[in-house]
Write a protein that binds this ligand. Sequence first.
Ligand code: ZN
Ligand code: ZN
Length: 397
Amino acid sequence: MDIRKIVNELKDELIELRRDFHQHPELGFEEYRTSDKVAKYLEGCGLEVKTGIAHTGVTGFLKGDQPGKTVMLRADMDALPVQEKNEVEYKSLEDGLMHACGHDGHTAMLLVAAKILAKQKDKICGNVLFIFQPNEEVAGALEMINEGVLADYEIDAAFSQHLWTPLASGEIGVSGGAVMGGLHEFRVTVEGNGGHTSAPHQAADPVLTAADIINSVQMIQTRQIDPLKSTAIMFGMIKGGTKTNIIPEEVELEGTIRFLYKAGPDSEERPKERFEEIIEKVCLKHGTNYKIEYLAYSPPVYNNPDLAHLVQHLASEVVGGANVTHYYSLAGEDFSEFSDRIPSVFFFIGTGNKAKGTDYPHHHPKFNIDEESLITGVEMHVRTVLNYLSGKSLTAN
Ligand SMILES: [Zn+2]
Ligand SMILES: [Zn+2]
């Protein structure tokens, strides 16, 4: 079977779908139009369709004619509150909303892959669960899981892709292990004892303590944790004080701890626990108190090494070995909720092309994708499923 030829025959439909989603962006958990279109398309392909999972999530289940394993493919559907600045015929029709992360392309690619695979039903040994997820930007995956999206199926492996402008069009980035960052979002409140700046010895200064905390925790990233294990502790917000000559009662620090490895209290790295230990010691030194709150947590996206090997092999068939690279990012991606539960691979489809103006960063008002890379994405979806379910997957090299 010539998969590329089959995908190319659906190229116009693929681009049309993507442009339609692009013109009608919807925010997370509000993807009503998108999810309606997705459900109708999947029904048209003859899949068993469920809707309304985590508000707007949709799944399609394809049962192959022969028994076998079950593989899951996932696309995300949400757009962003960004005003589009691209002057293209398929520009967003919604004021202040835009598909500025490529999720329009993800949805279109997975739909076309579902159509192709549904037509190969007689050759498929096993099943495919297609997940169309709402609200990737704010943790929609976990809500789908909490509503039981995985409960009805025994899933053996999961795959997902991101169209990625930092990677050149024609390249695919895939690696084993952690590939997108885990995240702890924190708020630290330093509580001192206020006073006059002329008599600091009579106060307990939360400003000096806060400065000391910001400096001291930086040692975690290299002096306490192997610098080859990426850790980034960043402060995005400092709040405190009312006047130049007043020592305030309180200073608030907010920021993120990002890491590219599996971390927990028993791991060697344990960045969160080290962060807490240093804050405790610094506050003790200054005679101040503190409170730490965590505003959000997500695990890193973790790629199963054997499955990543399989995807590398398939990617080299699709784009040529020289165009397959290792790729990692400290940014968060909520596919991590799936990769935390199922052996998975999350990989990057390069779509950056300066000549076509598709080299803007994700979430930028001029973000756009090279539509040629949609073909690559569909081909990767189809090949991954067929190869994995053929049972030969782990012998690939
Ligand atoms: Zn995004
Ligand atoms: Zn995204």
